[in-house]
Design a binder for this molecule. Structure first.
Ligand code: GLA
Length: 391
């Protein structure tokens, strides 16, 4: 940790010729189970990663947001008073989006100079964007001397996605990036926003994240399409049962199955995934508490089949990678994680096989797809925080 702080301080000095006021960090996340359930008011079980987005920032006297992204070597300047999208440097949209939402909520902000660096692989289903949003929010809080409640912070981040960026995503990514706890996954009820920390201490087993390194293509539009399909299923359920539910959570799997013939078959499949996935999250929590590792692995596999067959958010690379993984010694279960359409898988692997698992997985994946996969192992980590305040 000391090294990254020193690096940011040096880079800040190099670019702005002064020391920053503060350095903040917010983590990426991996979702263990509970995929595409959050915007249906269902259950999710993500954990925060050690990898995250770091920002060193200093208050300015004017309203300029002057940021430098070290990963891409790009500098971009915007004005708080003129919120707009930035097609050339889209990472700037997250900074502008957070400031826009804060100002809408009545916070008085000043401009700032900042440098950003991150080690969450981008566009891979590990929430690099939510980690940027939550780091930016922490920075505004630190420099503006105010603190926003954790749940409100996650909601604000979700509004940035839904309203400023037009992606109809749920609240999982921002919530875990803000509220993650070391050594724990977070079991979140996306309806009540109540959560329980679940210790991730599976004896002799490790979660291995594997990246297909396959660009995600069309994620935004396909994602919003799934949201609409869930909504269509909801409308039919409401119509047939003469109810006024607001989300799929308002109906049981039994009710859905009962009216299968009256529903558009695509919408039925989407809703079927969502309601069965909610049950899998609950079973997974039980299995984790009981130390039933085989059951956890089976649930990961079942979740993945449902995402392949019913929700249809996998692609060839994801399917190849999970299929290879399941056939490697020591792997108890494997599934795609995050929005899908490319990105990463999460694998539960016996710790003594982790090294050979990674080696075999990457090798076979490369033979079949011609792509270079890569793996990450991360201890469950802390949510957004201030790392250093300079006096
Ligand atoms: C993306 C969204 C989340 C969630 C997942 C799928 O990460 O940002 O809100 O819907 O996809 O589970």
């Amino acid at each position: 940790m000391g090294e990254i702080l020193k690096y940011l301080e040096q880079q800040f000095y190099h670019i702005f010729n002064t020391t920053p006021d503060v350095i903040v960090k917010a983590p990426g996340r991996v979702n263990i189970i509970g995929e595409h359930t959050d915007y249906n008011h269902g259950y999710v079980l993500p954990m925060a990663l050690e990898q995250g987005t770091y920002i060193a920032g200093k208050k300015r006297d004017d309203s300029h947001l002057n940021f430098y992204a070290l990963n891409t070597n790009r500098q971009s300047i915007a004005d708080l008073n003129y919120p707009s999208r930035n097609p050339i440097d889209p990472w700037m949209d997250y900074i502008m989006g957070v400031s826009y939402e804060l100002r809408k909520s009545g916070y008085k902000l000043s401009g700032m100079d900042g440098i950003i660096v991150g080690d969450v692989p981008m566009a891979c289903g590990l929430s690099s964007s939510a980690s940027l949003e939550m780091a930016v929010l922490k920075l505004f809080e630190a420099l503006g001397n105010f603190i926003i409640d954790d749940v409100e912070s996650a909601k604000l981040g979700q509004r940035v996605e839904n309203e400023f960026l037009g992606l109809k995503s749920g609240i999982m990514d921002q919530f875990i990036s803000r509220c993650g706890k070391e050594g724990h996954a977070l079991f979140l009820d996306c309806r009540s926003l109540e959560y329980e920390l679940i210790p991730i201490d599976i004896p002799e087993h490790t979660f291995v994240i594997a990246n297909t390194n396959c660009p995600r293509g069309l994620t935004g539009s396909k994602y919003n399409e799934r949201v609409l399909e869930c909504n269509d299923a909801l409308n039919t359920l409401n119509f047939v049962f003469k109810k006024s539910g607001t989300h799929l959570r308002d109906f049981t799997l039994q009710e859905l199955i009962e009216i299968k013939d009256k529903m558009n078959p695509i919408s039925f499949k989407r809703a079927y995934h969502v309601l069965t996935e909610n049950n899998r999250v609950l079973s997974c929590i039980e299995a984790l508490k009981q130390g039933n590792i085989k059951k956890v692995g089976d649930l990961l596999n079942e979740s993945d089949y449902s995402l392949q067959k019913d929700y249809e958010v996998t692609n060839r690379e994801l399917e190849v990678m999970t299929d290879i993984a399941r056939n490697i010694e020591g792997c108890k279960g494997s599934r795609m994680t995050g929005a899908g359409f490319g990105g990463c898988t999460i694998n539960l692997v016996e710790t003594k096989y982790v090294e050979s698992f990674i080696h075999k997985l990457i090798d076979k994946y490369n033979n079949i797809t011609g792509r270079n996969g890569s793996c990450i192992i991360s201890y469950p980590s802390e949510g957004a925080k201030i790392l250093k305040i300079f006096s």
